[in-house]
Ligand binder design. Structure first.
Ligand code: SF4
Length: 427
């Protein structure tokens, strides 16, 4: 199927890249809520919802030119950091809430955790295994970059029954890899993916699109290369240009071309959508095309983790991020203090919005479940948003559920924001 959407039909004049309620727009109130958060953690967890454990490794070999994450490249600090990280994770593990929780997924994120030594990787995985209740079929995922992932590390991860490596490739194009300051060549990156596959591990790769001067043909070549490598899934991210990155500075100075506008970005997304669908990969999660059944199950409702710059914490109604500065993070953990930088608590209205917003990760909203939880059907809680989106063909009602349509898929982040506009007015 080929998408042909003319610009007159565009429902929005830009493509949002992020949903609401990320750490980018949370209110900061760590001190006021800290006591309430700790009280919550000290109570039993009665929900049986699946949980994700996320130890965070903020280290990389060097910084990529587009990267806006707070990453650190000082090798000598790894071991001190890992001691502090385990201390912070232990603070969570010793709470009643976490003791009464099971984790169906362990995701080692960052940064590039593959920069750690084999011993450090084994020690961290052993620690998580012995300290938290991981389910028997717990999915273990590990973030890696091709340049720091050695064959020995792949063997270690394979022997530990890691299910999937999330590998940052970004692009196979040599010129574009140069712009992004990636450490290895496209050939080396491809060989590494093949080595991972030979070791029997699943591979998900990250690709970036709408790069400076990138043509639709070049993007299509990257997509075909991913298919040729037979990876399990591909996360396709549009370039998000942050002003203080080396890439943004080079573009501002005219040294390299600007990325395309949102129309080009849309075309590239639709090309990926079409090509992946033709090859048995379907859209799921934030930006993923996958052929794995597991990727289409309901995502974990809570993420408990820690690490300098960790930003995905969700426990009951609380959302939290950790301190970004590594020395301050270590100091806090050494003093047995949860290393929080930002803590917020969702109100019932926020919870309603969040339930609707899950459309952006392609999770349908079950009308009856919504009513049971909030006392009202979604179309009464959000009449304007639901009606507008249905009228525009961006969402649909089917079998008692509200769900994203194929037409709405590229606009899913814009759609998520619709539910944060006018709840108060509709009451
Ligand atoms: S490897 Fe990933 S986290 Fe590290 S600098 Fe590059 S983009 Fe950022």
């Amino acid at each position: 199927m080929v998408f042909t959407i003319s610009t007159e039909q565009f429902p929005y004049s830009n493509l949002a890249h992020w949903p609401p309620l990320t750490y980018r727009n949370n209110s900061v109130s760590p001190l006021e809520l800290r006591g309430e958060f700790i009280d919550y953690l000290n109570a039993e967890n009665t929900s049986k919802d699946s949980k994700e454990l996320q130890p965070w490794i903020p280290f990389c070999e060097g910084k990529c030119a587009f990267c806006y994450f707070p990453v650190n490249c000082e090798r000598q600090i790894y071991s001190t950091y890992l001691i502090a990280l385990k201390k912070a994770l232990r603070l969570y593990s010793e709470t009643k809430y976490v003791k009464s929780s099971d984790f169906g997924e362990l995701y080692v994120g960052g940064g590039s955790p593959s920069v750690l030594s084999e011993e450090q990787i084994t020690d961290l995985l052993d620690f998580c295994n012995s300290t938290f209740n991981l389910t028997k079929d717990c999915q273990i995922k590990f973030t890696a970059c091709t340049s720091s992932l050695t064959e020995n590390k792949i063997r270690v991860l394979s022997s530990y029954n890691v299910n999937q490596l999330d590998v940052g490739i970004q692009t196979f194009n040599t010129r574009l890899r140069g712009f992004l300051a990636l450490k290895d060549t496209a050939e080396e990156a491809k060989l590494k993916v093949k080595t991972i596959k030979r070791a029997g591990l699943g591979v998900s790769i990250d690709l970036l699109y709408n790069l400076p001067g990138q043509s639709l043909d070049e993007w299509e070549k990257d997509l075909n290369q991913a298919l040729e490598l037979d990876v399990e899934s591909v996360d396709c991210y549009p370039l998000d240009l942050y002003a203080n990155t080396p890439l943004a500075r080079k573009i501002a100075s005219g040294e390299i071309d600007k990325p395309g506008d949102y129309r080009m970005e849309l075309q590239m997304y639709l090309k990926a959508y079409q090509l992946f669908k033709e090859n048995g990969y379907f859209p799921t999660c934030h930006n993923r095309f996958s052929r794995l059944k597991k990727d289409f199950e309901k995502p974990a409702s809570e993420v408990i983790g820690s690490g300098a710059g960790f930003f995905m914490g969700t426990v009951g109604p609380f959302q939290y991020c950790d301190i970004e500065n590594i020395s301050e993070y270590i100091k806090s953990a050494e003093n047995n203090v949860f290393p929080l930088a930002n803590l917020s608590k969702l109100s019932t209205d926020d919870e309603m919005k969040k339930s609707m917003m899950m459309l952006y990760v392609r999770v349908p909203v079950n009308r009856e479940e919504f009513k049971l939880k909030f006392g009202v059907y979604p179309e009464y809680a959000f009449p304007d948003a639901v009606n507008n989106l249905i009228n525009k063909g961006l969402i649909k009602q089917e079998n008692g559920e509200l769900k994203l349509t194929e037409k709405g898929d590229p606009w899913r982040f814009n759609i998520a924001w619709e539910f944060f506009k006018n709840l108060e007015e509709n009451k």
